[in-house]
Ligand binder design. Sequence first.
Ligand SMILES: [Fe+2]
Length: 242
Amino acid sequence: MFNWLRSKKKKLARDVKTDLHSHLLPGIDDGSPDIETSLSLIRSLIDMGYEKLITTPHIMQDYYPNTPEIINKKLEELKSALQQEGIKVSLEAAAEYFLDEFLIEKLKQKEDLLLISNKYLLFEMSFMSESPYLKEFIFQARSAGLIPILAHVERYNYYIDNLEAIEDISERGALLQLNINSLTGYYSKPVQQLAEKMINRKLVNVLGTDCHHHNHLELIKKAKGMKYYEKAVTLPLVNYTL
Ligand SMILES: [Fe+2]
């Protein structure tokens, strides 16, 4: 009886078919190094049930000085390789912007930014300390009609004992993205626990693979069997709307 209920519940649970955080374009950041690896990662993501991939290379002034031109050129290269190989998937590109004074300036100058679905702006911060620009950035982005998404919130150690700070970011109008592999304890036990607390408090708007390499995908397969993943996919995620 209980087994029957459990399997029925499993069938009812939604799964995520659109991913909006990954590093699949070859050779432009710390993700896939070459086109063969990109193809093999995408094959694995399709096997895992993904149908649409909005990949997000880093844009970071000193380390990854990517531009919309560089990213769009790589996207076209990868799309033609997919076509040649007969791999069917919807592939788009946006970016994961590092929040610094350059990003604030781009927003103020109304420069063309790489957005997810024309409105979502994925951004990340230092793992050492919260950006001094965070509040101003959320305000500026919202004023420009954009919706900022803070990448892998649970990985910022300075939020581990500060769920209130995460709530504040959400109340200011940014969405919160969680890395699926955080649920396995891959980054650390405290990161896993923060991820679980965020799911309990419904402070997750986006699930992401943040796939850089095959190891990440193995962890995500493991996470997909875990109870907090099942709980996360019942939240009203942006993934379901794209
Ligand atoms: Fe990332």
